[in-house]
Design a protein around this ligand. Structure first.
Ligand SMILES: NC(=O)C1=CN([C@@H]2O[C@H](COP(=O)(O)OP(=O)(O)OC[C@H]3O[C@@H](n4cnc5c(N)ncnc54)[C@H](O)[C@@H]3O)[C@@H](O)[C@H]2O)C=CC1
Ligand SMILES: O=C(O)[C@H]1O[C@H](OP(=O)(O)OP(=O)(O)OC[C@H]2O[C@@H](n3ccc(=O)[nH]c3=O)[C@H](O)[C@@H]2O)[C@H](O)[C@@H](O)[C@@H]1O
Length: 457
């Protein structure tokens, strides 16, 4: 099928490459000319396992092209995916300006039937507004061309994006009579056929329910994490091991083990913004989302938990202190720094005068860029950050090590080397990578999340 993807970020690029991989002719549009140029030179602007090979293979076959030519992109695809960003605006609502710009472009240039697919995460009612925007453009040129608007939210996780897209848990498609009906439904069915081969994974529903399902999923996951973090903070106080508790409750199939890890808070481009956006939807309907308010507040506090533990241990004045930090990205296997907890920790430490040596296996370049923005008003603080080429290099002469991201390579370090390189053998583990008893045996002072009381074999 002929498909256009509008926006080549994490979602658009992965969607485009995966749809090309199963035989579709995919046209990827982005208005960021620099990004398009990079992609046309085989350079992938984000770190995502397997994506470079996938894009190269499909570009070479001619099934995947990148361009900033809007008219050509509208002409190409019978199916037009809108996969642009929906960042929070100043009230926390999803900023839909990019979605509507994409819709305007479609309405302005379309010359035949199109199925317009909202792939971006958008609030309930957006498909309706996208339809109106397209209708306005058609009316302006006296056209009555038929089209459909479908909701098809994306559930992929960064770091496992290709696997998630190629073998999804579910494909949610909102497609109803108001917006498209049978013709759109059969085109979407055909498009997703290769992903439904072994079992039917598609859940068909009305458009508004599909839009809501995306927020419900992210809000549920964020709630689990904040709930575990709340328990972990209490566990620290009452002398309980949150990891033992995690095993104890996760074995109940009604609870399950996934997404039950306490840590130094969730980050990323989606949980923080989607929790906010759903709260905003609640407010619009005069329905206060009390649980989500707490979820967001607990997470904000949790992003400062490592910093608080460090201050408790070393005092509020960190002027002569130097810390090693392992991990900058908001989670492993990505270079995404959006809402990364490492940014909150750096602010806490640098403002109190500490210097830091940081190491991340892939996010250093992106971190440099983002931190320039974070400290734009206090650029002198940036001088207190040293970016290192290895985890061991970061440890040299540090007063303690703080772990923010659970990269696999951090899981089994040489404890003797850590002890030798650090000035004091102290670890603040924001992702509970280590066992407190193993640290005690190795003579390392260990501060986990919800495990501080557990010190012995
Ligand atoms: N990042 C993720 O893992 C996931 C993101 N989502 C949702 O997918 C949407 C996109 O997210 P990301 O891919 O992370 O965004 P992103 O910010 O990485 O990429 C968006 C891209 O759209 C381009 N763009 C903006 N306006 C455009 C226009 N009018 N025409 C053409 N291109 C345009 C931008 O230049 C940028 O390259 C968001 O709504 C997000 O919530 C959903 C699931 C997973
Ligand atoms: O809408 C989105 O963008 C996506 O958001 C999340 O995916 P992602 O943000 O890539 O990353 P996750 O693996 O969900 O992790 C998010 C954050 O939660 C934290 N986390 C995760 C799991 C856990 O048990 N504890 C925990 O603190 C991670 O460290 C990370 O900071 C969802 O998992 C995807 O299904 C969704 O499509």
């Amino acid at each position: 099928m002929k498909v256009t993807i509008i926006g080549t970020g994490y979602v658009g690029l992965v969607t485009g490459a995966c749809l090309a991989e199963v035989g579709n002719e995919v046209f990827c549009l982005d208005l960021d000319q620099h990004k398009v140029d990079l992609l046309n030179h085989g350079v992938i602007p984000i770190h995502e396992a397997g994506l470079e090979e996938l894009v190269a293979r499909n570009r070479a076959s001619g099934r995947l092209i990148f361009s900033s030519d809007i008219a050509a992109s509208v002409e190409h695809g019978d199916i037009q995916f809108i996969a642009v960003g929906t960042p929070p605006d100043k009230d926390g609502a999803a900023d839909l300006q990019y979605v509507f710009a994409a819709a305007r472009h479609i309405g302005k240039y379309m010359d035949g039937y199109k199925v317009v697919v909202d792939k971006s995460t958008v609030p309930v009612g957006t498909a309706h507004r996208v339809r109106e925007v397209i209708l306005e453009q058609l009316a302006a040129r006296g056209s009555t061309i038929d089209f459909a608007v479908v909701s098809n939210p994306e559930f992929l996780k960064e770091g496992a994006a290709i696997e998630d897209f190629m073998r999804p848990d579910r494909i949610v498609i909102g497609c109803d009579e108001t917006f498209g009906g049978q013709r759109a439904r059969s085109m979407m069915k055909q498009l997703y056929l290769p992903f439904n081969r072994n079992r039917e994974r598609t859940f068909w529903m009305d458009v508004r329910s599909a839009e809501f399902t995306k927020y419900a999923a992210n809000a549920m996951l964020a709630t689990r994490i904040s709930f575990m973090n709340e328990l972990a903070n209490l566990a620290d106080k009452v002398g309980v091991d949150i990891e033992a508790v995690r095993h104890g409750i996760g074995s109940d199939p009604r609870i399950g083990y996934s997404f039950l890890y306490a840590g130094c808070g969730y980050g990323g481009s989606c949980f923080p913004k989607d929790v906010q956006a759903l709260r905003h939807t609640g407010a619009q309907y005069d329905h206060k989302m009390q649980i989500l308010q707490a979820v967001a507040e607990v997470n904000e506090r949790q992003k400062h938990v490592l910093g608080r533990k460090i201050i408790q241990r070393f005092g509020d004045d960190l002027g002569r202190r130097h810390f090693a930090i392992w991990g900058l990205a908001f989670k492993p296997n990505t270079d995404d720094m959006r809402y990364a907890p490492s940014r909150a920790l750096l602010r806490q430490l640098l403002k109190r005068g500490a210097s830091v040596a940081v190491y991340d296996p892939v996010a250093t370049k992106e971190a440099r860029r983002v931190l320039q923005e974070d400290f734009a008003e206090m650029p002198h603080l940036l001088e207190q950050i040293r970016f290192c080429d290895s985890a061991l290099q970061a440890l040299q002469d540090a007063d303690a090590l703080a772990i923010v991201t659970e990269w696999k390579a951090f899981r089994s370090p040489d404890l003797n080397q850590i002890k030798n390189l650090l000035k004091e053998p102290v670890i603040f583990d924001g992702r509970n990578l280590f066992e407190p008893w193993a640290m005690a045996n190795a003579g390392i002072e260990y501060h986990g999340i919800g495990r501080t009381a557990i010190k012995h074999t």
